[in-house]
Design a protein. Structure first.
Lengths: 114, 111
């Protein structure tokens, strides 16, 4: 079974621009969560989508948004990029039949804002 | 809100046993998770506890005391490949809530 995939793996953007990241969950998983990881703050929860609906949201500004499609693939968007948005963005899928609570992480997208 | 504390760094010897502690204060609780993350890689799931007690899985065991807001991860027969960061996280047991992670414990294994 293929794992969680994220594209692109690396991205360099300029302050003020916007960016869209993509995540394809494990086949059969309906929940996708997004996290931001930085050396200073560690892993922080952004939001979770289940069946195309945002089910939970972390404490991030409205510049961070996401969506989920009918095939469970998810995208997150960051508008008006700031230097502090430079981070590793991870998505995780869950909802498997045998272990619905277990989250499987993708390799991440490394975003650098200059 | 949720607060999760774990030591920043620990050092242990190959072949030995190490215990990584995690304490948490949360407004809600629906499960405690441990993840392993090697440098430059994504976190990988190690264990999940929702009831008090010890869960054993090979060389790794995880313990939970909900009344004390305390968990530990026990690693036995340490190998060099166990050098990694270990992340404690609290969240929804059914995947309904996002996970709140601690800052992670960087474990260094020495020969």
């Amino acid at each position: 079974k293929a794992g969680v995939t994220q594209t692109p793996r690396y991205l360099i953007k300029t302050r003020g621009q916007q960016v869209t990241l993509s995540c394809s969950p494990i086949s059969g998983h309906r929940s996708v969560s997004w996290y931001q990881q930085t050396p200073g703050q560690g892993l922080q929860f952004l939001f979770e989508y289940f069946s195309e609906t945002q089910r939970n949201k972390g404490n991030f500004p409205g510049r961070f948004s996401g969506r989920q499609f009918s095939n469970s693939r998810s995208e997150m968007n960051v508008s008006t990029l700031e230097l502090g948005d430079s981070a590793l963005y991870l998505c995780a899928s869950s909802g498997g039949q045998t272990k619905p609570y277990e989250q499987y992480f993708g390799p991440g997208t490394r975003l650098t804002v200059t | 809100g949720q607060n999760i504390d774990q030591p920043t760094e620990m050092t242990a010897t190959e072949g030995a046993i190490v215990q990584i502690n995690c304490t948490y204060q949360t407004s809600g609780f629906n499960g405690l998770f441990w993840y392993q993350q090697h440098a430059g890689e994504a976190p990988t799931f190690l264990s999940y506890n929702v009831l008090d007690g010890l869960e054993e899985k090979g060389r790794f065991s995880s313990f939970l005391s909900r009344s004390k807001g305390y968990s530990y991860l026990l690693l036995k027969e340490l190998q060099m490949k166990d050098s990694a960061s270990y992340l404690c996280a609290v969240g929804g047991g059914g995947g309904a809530d996002g996970l709140t992670f601690g800052k992670g414990t960087h474990l260094i294994i020495q020969p």
